[in-house]
Design a protein around this ligand. Structure first.
Ligand code: NCD
Length: 349
């Protein structure tokens, strides 16, 4: 595994960090969206679709469950999660991977003064893969690099790192866009609106990075001024010539887009209850809005939702958020199969 001091690593651009997440040319750690290229995204979509087809039959399911039945994973989730946690756990079960979990560091030796790095290094001895959700932005990168130095490196998957990234959510979002637009010219040239708390929502950041891989995509960031997208990500879009606009008014954007991605306010990151000062109701999608949305547009949400999408919208055929959940499980199956080099076995089944 490639090694580097943390101070030097921190200075690298996202795309330059990719080399430290590979082993023998194959993906080993999944840390940030900038590490994926178009070829990889296409491969993941194809692999996920192939896998879910295989899983329909009893024999196929038994085949999948035998693929990685010699592997163990640890779900280290020290920030609230049920859907991503269960999605990964189900994906592990489909591939025969056995899971253990840490959800509350207060029950571990961290309470005895052990550093989180030491805890994870200890746990890594028991497993082949660590799937990690953590409130601190760069912690997952630190862990991956630390494990690169050990005699027995294990893979790390970022399942949500603070306000920064959620790369597997972005993969499932791409898979959902890919499936939705398969017969409508693909993701190329589509317009995507992101609505809500763009400043602190990691799913929007991770998906924005991935849209770079699709020619002619237009991004519309719709948010109250205080929650607009952060400058670092806008700089990235400018450097890569990706078209984006910023808006405060959701109604003026709805008719323009092919996908509208709603998000909740991320008030768990409030420093002094500042979210309560914001009128978020202007960023709620209701049945009325459906009239001005294009007939083939899709509505997305990473979930959990609050009032951003009225339940009346759920049965509209453009509502894609429940399908996103299911796509998430299959793309995670594909990703783990790829990490452990079982993609060829699946494609040849
Ligand atoms: C998201 C997250 O955790 O960032 N949830 C998820 O993983 N699907 C979105 C959110 O919590 O708002």
């Amino acid at each position: 595994m490639k090694q580097i001091a943390w101070e030097d690593f921190e200075k690298l651009k996202g795309s330059e960090k990719k080399a430290y997440f590979l082993k023998d040319g194959n993906i080993f750690h999944v840390i940030m969206s900038q590490q994926f290229d178009r070829k990889f995204l296409d491969e993941m979509c194809e692999l996920a679709t192939k896998t879910r087809g295989i899983a329909k039959g009893h024999r196929g399911m038994r085949f999948l469950q035998s693929l990685l039945d010699n592997k163990r994973a640890m779900l280290y989730f020290v920030q609230p999660s049920t859907r991503t946690f269960l999605s990964f756990m189900s994906a592990c079960q489909i591939l025969g991977i056995k899971c253990s979990e840490v959800r509350d560091p207060s029950t571990s030796s961290e309470m005895k003064g052990e550093s989180p790095e030491d805890s994870i290094r200890t746990f890594s001895s028991y497993v082949d893969l660590i799937i990690m959700r953590h409130p601190q932005e760069r912690f997952v990168e630190k862990v991956a690099l630390m494990l690169n130095y050990t005699g027995r490196p294990v893979s790390v998957i970022n399942a949500g790192s603070g306000k920064d990234q959620h790369p597997t959510q972005a993969l499932l979002d791409i898979y959902t866009l890919h499936r939705s637009f398969e017969n409508y010219g693909g993701i190329e040239g589509k317009s995507v609106a992101f609505v809500g708390d763009l400043l602190r929502g990691r799913t929007v950041r991770s998906l924005s990075y991935l849209l770079k891989n699709y020619e002619g995509v237009k991004i519309y960031y719709v948010a109250p001024k205080a929650l607009q997208m952060a400058d670092d990500l806008k700089d990235y879009l400018k450097e890569n010539n990706i078209y984006f606009e910023e808006h405060e008014n959701m109604e003026e954007v709805i008719p323009l887009v092919d996908a509208i991605y709603m998000t909740r306010i991320q008030d768990e990151y409030d420093e002094s209850n500042e979210s309560s000062q914001i009128d978020y109701s202007k960023y709620h999608l209701t049945k009325e809005h459906l009239k001005i949305l294009k007939p083939n547009a899709i509505i997305m949400h990473p979930l959990p939702r609050r009032a951003e999408i009225s339940p009346e919208v759920d049965n509209d055929r453009r509502a894609m958020y429940w399908r996103q959940v299911r796509n998430g499980m299959w793309i995670r199956v594909a990703l783990m199969a790829k990490i452990f080099k079982k993609d060829v076995d699946i494609m040849n089944y």
